[in-house]
Structure formats: structure tokens, C-alpha cells
Design a protein around this ligand. Structure first.
Ligand code: EPZ
Length: 418
């Protein structure tokens, strides 16, 4: 079993390069099904979830070539039908993006019910509502989602909850539907925009992505293209958060600062000094933070994927902080692990109340999901002494070369297999 070991208490200094955005890449790869031709996708992060979606694509007949530099050549011309295998589909949430893409191209698709981080019930009713509104029949039988349509016809779809996954899936299903599809109350996240840009590069006509109304004019067919994925705002935010608490001076490179507005604003409130450049952000901190209140919200609000590292650093901030998780109902499982390290946090439903302590102390802890795992890495960096993190495969799902990147900044971090 692999573990990450951290000797905490060191400042971070230098520069770190952010990788491509996992949550944009995960739908972009299956969206290539729509081209039915060769696509080239660049700036992919080399992480487990990308290897997994790549295996799913191979299993349905796509030719995939993934280079070490993060470029994937995807040829979907030989796929004749999409029946995604259970063992692979259940490993990641993003397997459900085969539904929208497959429905659009083949009018028939089967994908085992998706897996993903255990952070709440995570229904897919809005995806299904969208597919049905476009004319598909959707059945869930024996753990498999089956969608079928004679034809897809554009329509108006109002999402009852702001959902990144449903917005992207419906966009993919609608690009070749007859006439116009309008998605109202759409998610505005940067990855929704990135997928829309990819679809448009393949010949689709998607307008309004990044606002809460997306309009899609159906086109006859799409074609191959070359596309580069945007930088990972959550990875970037993770490094900014970490440095704010360890203290130091770090330039986080290859970012779109606009995507980091909410996190930059919050970190400034904690008293960290943040300077924005065109495609990088510098954080300078003496590690002495003051408590702040954080409420997670859909973009442009504070991202739910960063509340965990934020909780880690607020545990040593002066005074009290309140974190309200309004996106997923069970995203505080890691708090018990932070408590092992000396954090003083009370959880009541979707609210965590943090009383800042003077210091955290290293302990043996366990990653319960991806962002929970990275919160423990951040806690380990600021804690006194040695932290040992078990179940690090969760972290490998979403962070490329995390130890190497942190080592480059002066952290004492390494991985052991025992
Ligand atoms: C995506 O999940 C991301 N996953 C998540 O990243 C991220 O936390 C989340 O968006 C929010 O930004 C991927 O991109 C693979 P949602 P997704 O649909 O699409 C409810 C990470 O750590 N909902 O926007 O599953 C849902 O239960 C992760 O990288 C419905 O009720 O999120 C949640 O409360 C984990 N019905 C809310 O909407 C639906 O049909 C937002 O979920 C769909 C969602």
C-alpha cells in the first residue's frame, strides 16, 4: 500500500506549474465520440482518472494514443456502438459523459451507473430529464443506464439544480439534435465553457456557455479538431491555499486568474498577499492567518472542491471560521482525520465550525476521497512533525506529480510502499 509521508513545518518557495484541468478533460475525451474522426487533445493531466476514461474509450473501440507530454490522439471512427463495461464505468463519475455523446452519435447507448467520490447521493435525474426532453427513452436496469432515441429534437430544458455534469451531458446530446436546444439555469463553471469551446471546435454551434442560458443550434455532423484543455483551477487553488498557511513566496504558473477570483478573494481575507499576473498568480504569506467564513456555491462562488484544503488551513487561523457546504451533502468526512492532527472542528450537517488552534501535529491519517486526501497533504505541510497518509490512490486520481511539485517548492514529502 502506498503512503505519502510529510515532515511538516517548512515554508514553500519558488514556482509551480499547474496541469490541465481534470474536470474539463474528463468530458472532453468522451466528447470526441461526436467527431467520428481523429481528434487531438493537448494539456491533459497525467492522472488516474484520465487513464481510466482513456481505458473506457478503448474498451468501446476508440483508438487512443496518450503521450507522456499530455497529448492524446483519439480516433473514434471505428466505434459502432457504445456499451461501456461495468468495472471501468463504476470507477469514475465522468463515465456518464458517454451517455450524452453516445446518444447524440448512435441514438443508443448503455453505461453502467457511474462511480466517483463518495460525497453525497449524487443523483443523475437532471441528466435524464434533459435526455428525455430531447426525445430519448431512458431506463435504468440492473445497474445499467440505457438511453435510446429514434431522433433527438431540440427543446427548452430548465435544470432544477445547477449541475455541471447535467449541463455538459445535455450540451453533448443536443449538438446534433434537430433545431434549437436551450438549457436554462445552466452551470457556468470554466469547464462547461471549455467543453462548449471543444464542441464548437468540432463544428457545433453552442452559444452562451459561461452564462446561465446556453443555446445550441443542432448541426448535421461534427468533425475532428485539435484542442488544448484549460489549466486546473482547483489544483492552482490548492497550491495557493497551502502556501498561505505554510508561509513563503510561490508563483503558481499556467493559470487563468479570472477562474481563481473567489479563492483569491478569500485568501486575501485570511491576510495572505496575492498578486495576479496575466497567466500566473503569486502568493506571499508569513503563515499567520485570520479565520474567515466560506460558503461553497456553483461558479463563480467558492468551489466545493476547495473547501477541504481551505478547512485544513483555517484550522490554524486565528479565531473562528465557518464553512458551509451547499453543493454536496456529505463532504465533511475528512474532518475526523483533521481532528486526529489536533484541529478543533465541529460539524453540524452542512456546516463546519472551526476554532483555530496554535498548531497541528503530524499523525497517521487516511484519505477518504480526492479532495479530502489533498486536504490532509496541506495539513501535513503545516503540521509539526510527521504525517503519514494512507489510501493515497484517491489523491492520484486528480493531482499530477503532487510530491514532485511540492518537493520543488521545498516541502519534505515522499511516497513509500508498505
Ligand atoms: C462535478 O461533479 C465534478 N466532477 C466535481 O468534482 C465537482 O465537485 C462538481 O462538479 C461541482 O463543481 C467531475 O467533473 C467529474 P454537479 P458533478 O452535477 O457533475 C446535484 C472533484 O473532486 N445533482 O454539478 O457530479 C448533486 O447531487 C469532484 O474533482 C442533482 O441533484 O456535480 C450536487 O448536489 C468531485 N441531480 C449538485 O447537483 C443531477 O442530475 C451539483 O452536482 C445532477 C446533480
Amino acid at each position: 500500500m502506498e503512503k505519502i509521508i510529510i515532515e511538516g513545518g517548512y515554508e514553500l518557495n519558488g514556482a509551480v506549474e499547474v496541469s490541465g484541468f481534470k474536470n474539463a478533460a474528463l468530458p472532453i475525451i468522451p466528447a470526441s465520440i461526436l467527431a467520428g474522426e481523429r481528434c487531438v487533445v493537448e494539456n491533459l493531466p497525467m492522472i488516474k482518472d484520465i487513464f481510466c476514461i482513456s481505458n473506457i474509450m478503448s474498451s468501446i473501440g476508440a483508438d487512443i494514443e496518450l503521450n507522456e507530454n499530455g497529448t492524446m490522439v483519439i480516433d473514434t471512427s471505428k466505434i459502432t456502438k457504445i456499451v461501456a463495461p461495468y468495472d471501468l464505468s463504476r470507477q469514475i463519475r465522468a463515465s456518464y459523459y458517454l451517455l450524452g455523446a453516445g446518444l447524440s452519435r448512435f441514438k443508443e447507448v448503455e453505461v453502467a451507473y457511474p462511480g466517483g467520490c463518495d460525497i453525497g447521493t449524487r443523483p443523475i435525474d437532471q441528466h435524464i430529464k434533459g435526455f428525455e426532453a430531447l426525445g430519448a427513452k431512458v431506463d435504468i436496469e440492473h445497474g445499467v443506464i440505457k438511453c435510446r432515441a429514434d431522433k433527438l429534437v431540440g427543446t427548452k430544458i430548465y435544470l432544477d439544480v445547477v449541475s455541471v455534469g447535467a449541463t455538459i451531458n445535455i450540451m453533448m446530446a443536443a449538438v446534433c439534435a434537430e433545431g434549437r436546444t436551450t438549457i436554462e439555469n445552466a452551470a457556468k463553471e470554466p469547464h462547461v465553457v471549455d467543453v462548449a469551446n471543444y464542441l464548437n471546435s468540432m463544428g457545433a454551434d453552442v452559444k452562451g456557455a459561461g452564462t446561465d442560458v446556453i443555446r445550441i443550434e443542432g448541426v448535421e455532423k461534427l468533425h475532428g479538431c485539435t484542442y488544448s484543455v484549460i489549466p486546473d483551477q482547483i489544483e492552482a487553488g490548492t497550491y495557493l491555499v497551502a502556501v498561505a498557511a505554510t508561509g513563503g513566496d510561490v508563483l503558481v504558473k499556467n493559470v487563468i486568474p479570472k477562474h481563481l477570483e473567489s479563492i483569491i478573494a478569500k485568501l486575501r481575507e485570511t491576510s495572505a498577499n496575492i498578486i495576479e499576473y496575466d497567466d500566473s498568480v503569486r502568493v506571499i504569506s508569513n503563515g499567520k492567518l485570520v479565520g474567515v467564513n466560506v460558503k461553497t456555491l456553483p461558479y463563480p462562488g467558492f468551489p466545493t472542491d476547495l473547501q477541504q484544503p481551505m478547512a485544513a488551513i483555517l484550522s490554524i487561523a486565528e479565531g473562528s471560521s465557518v464553512i458551509t457546504e451547499s453543493v454536496f451533502e456529505a463532504r465533511f468526512k475528512y474532518i475526523d482525520e483533521l481532528k486526529r492532527m489536533g484541529a478543533n472542528i465541529k460539524v453540524d450537517g452542512r456546516v463546519a465550525i472551526i476554532e483555530g488552534v496554535k498548531e497541528l501535529t503530524g499523525a497517521r491519517v487516511r484519505a477518504t476521497d480526492l479532495r479530502a486526501g489533498v486536504a490532509l497533504v496541506v495539513a501535513g505541510l503545516i503540521a509539526k512533525g510527521k504525517t503519514e497518509i494512507d489510501d493515497v490512490f484517491h489523491i492520484d486520481r486528480g493531482y499530477e506529480n503532487i510530491e514532485q511539485k511540492l518537493l520543488g517548492l521545498g516541502a519534505k514529502i515522499y511516497r513509500v510502499n508498505r
